[in-house]
Design a protein around this ligand. Structure first.
Ligand code: BG6
Length: 284
């Protein structure tokens, strides 16, 4: 089967979704946000989770898949009125290229400073997202600084993974690593053993190690490069209830393990330089 690149319309006023299909996998990427919505390896269910209540509207981030948080993660450090998790996930990206690389189909999307609101991030840049959809899913988020000044960024590939029962999930590979607990005044603790879930979890792990997510839905492995942090999040019951685009019971079916540079792991990109944050997702 020759890989195909087709477009799907979700709503007439909403930018299209690129669908990449081959005998290895199917992958969907929304131009709104440069947002991977789905990755289904052959013979498997979708590895990514999207809420039944997700809202597809310009300016609103999609709840699920892999939102791109950039050029800041969470609240803006100086201005709480700026959009949470930055501007990339609510901007419309362009397809720069589609093709084949080492036998795998890929798409390259770009977002340029000229396309976004300078009021939020006043630098010249090109942000590039390359998505390689083979038997594994690989993402490369590259920040090119086209400005005359250096700029700081925090960033995350905010992956929502589909799991069948959050109470049975074990995230392995963080044993012995320090983490900042965003629910406990940003105090730092040490992880002992696997991460388990029985309440809301919102933590920044200081790690560049690979990790594994075990659940009854299967085992996913996650490798990264250019990443010094990993955010682990599940809203649990009360926070799920406060989010209008999140079903009350859906916290059971998802976990976020985000390949990132956040908190103290800010990256400064020099003029003319670039920085790449990358992840590889595989189901075993
Ligand atoms: C996580 C953060 O990465 O994203 C959480 O650590 C946050 O604090 C969550 O609640 C979802 O954020 P948003 O802006 O998509 O609702």
């Amino acid at each position: 089967m020759t890989p195909s690149f087709t477009y799907e319309t979700i709503h007439e006023a909403y930018p299209p979704v690129l669908c990449i299909e081959s005998e290895m996998s199917r992958c969907k990427i929304a131009l709104h946000g440069g947002h991977v919505l789905s990755f289904v390896p052959a013979g498997s269910d979708d590895l990514l989770w999207v809420s039944e209540k997700a809202v597809y509207r310009e300016g609103k981030a999609i709840r699920g898949g892999i939102p791109v948080c950039w050029p800041w993660f969470g609240a803006h450090p100086d201005d709480p009125l700026k959009p949470s998790h930055g501007i990339a996930r609510v901007s419309v990206w362009e397809i720069a290229e589609t093709g084949m690389e080492e036998g795998m189909p890929f798409a390259r999307l770009i977002l340029e400073s000229e396309q976004t609101d300078r009021e939020h991030f006043d630098y010249d840049y090109t942000l590039e997202l390359k998505v390689v959809a083979g038997e594994t899913l690989r993402l490369f988020l590259t920040t090119h600084n086209r400005d005359a000044r250096p700029f700081p960024i925090t960033e995350a590939l905010h992956s929502y993974f589909a799991v069948s029962d959050i109470r049975e999930v074990r995230v392995k590979g963080m044993d012995g690593r320090p983490y900042i607990d965003q629910l406990q005044q940003n105090q730092t603790f040490l992880q002992h053993g696997a991460i388990t879930f029985g309440e809301e979890v919102d933590r920044i792990y200081r790690t560049d190690r690979p990790c594994r997510i075990d659940s009854p839905a299967g085992t996913y492995s996650l490798h990264s490069s250019g990443s010094r942090s990993s955010v682990v999040w599940n809203p649990w019951i009360d926070k799920a209830g406060r989010l209008s685009d999140f079903g009350d019971e859906e916290y059971r079916e998802m976990v976020c393990v985000e390949t990132a540079n956040v908190g103290p792991d800010t990256v400064v990109v020099s003029p003319g330089a670039c920085h790449t944050l990358a992840m590889k997702l595989e189901k075993h």
